[in-house]
Design a protein around this ligand. Sequence first.
Ligand code: GDP
Length: 360
Amino acid sequence: SLSIGIVGLPNVGKSTLFNALTKNNVLAANYPFATIEPNIGVVGLPDPRLNKLAEIHSSEKIVPAPVSFLDIAGLVRGASKGQGRGNAFLANIRDASAICQVVRAFSDPNVVHVDGKVSPADDIETINTELILADLQTLEKAVPRLEKEAKLKKDRAPLAAAAKAAAELLNTGTTLYAGAEKAGIDVAELRELHLLTTKPFLYVFNVDEEELANEAYLDELRAMVAPAEAIFMDAQVESELIDLPEEEARELLESIGQHEPGLHQLIRVGFRTLGLQTYLTAGPKEARAWTIPIGATAPEAAGVIHSDFQRGFIKAEVVAYDDLVEAGSHAAAKAAGKVRIEGKEYVMQDGDVVEFRFNV
Ligand code: GDP
């Protein structure tokens, strides 16, 4: 399943953030997800469209698209050389589809920084270095083996070449996510090696609340990680939000110049970073969001509900969310000619409200 692994140096606010994410009352109340294991939390993708859909269709419940977060412990400076719990983090991080680094940018002198000073750029480099070293260890073993294989079997040659080029890139201190494309390395070739730095990265900067409105400072941090996405929040404020009634939470956010919890942004950006989107279904039972890759066709989208739907796909009845809301009901949208019949080739759009027709 799709999951976002949370990494970062000790004392940067990872646990604070993870707890806020997975114990978020606003989410938990509406969203039937919970913490599965101590280090895995599943949260719903915040999507106000579902509330509106449920209203239109008098749906009994709302089921948002799930996003999992993995709390990945033990990735510290020197982990690749056996520091801390050594490479124990590898087992967890391999399962993550994307890596989210929490970076300390808050100043609180009462919270010790492992390296003695708050320096977002240094922290990012430290974590990158550990991930790069882990990949280099994998490649050191793999390259000689793959080169031998390539001599015997031609079809192994592209992988052997890609692995060698990947090692060269990593040796310059660049992750594969940041540099593979520019270096002409096809990361799809490298899939069987399960390299860590091919995963999409995103960054949460844990900043002091008064910095949340300091655009010049945020731009500086943003530039540090571009083209990866950056999200800014005060993890401590986020953790206070989770215990507040909705109205008070909103007031607290507004008092620090924010329109929505940073957690919501994180879930949304994480989702986008994974190249995903949602389509919607609605009826008296539930209003629900389903996860599909951007570019998925109608039968592929049907297959997310049930493989039988994909196999027996006939057609899809599709109405764009905005058109449905404007019309006020499914029947009115139909009368206005806004409900389209789409076939096998149709490429799904985010927010399509769909009913599939299929043979069983
Ligand atoms: P972890 O080791 O990365 O999981 O860090 P924790 O979440 O345990 O946080 C370490 C310490 O920093 C705790 O005492 C937190 O209360 C504190 N902390 C976390 N986030 C913030 C923040 O945004 N501002 C301040 N001032 N303290 C924070």
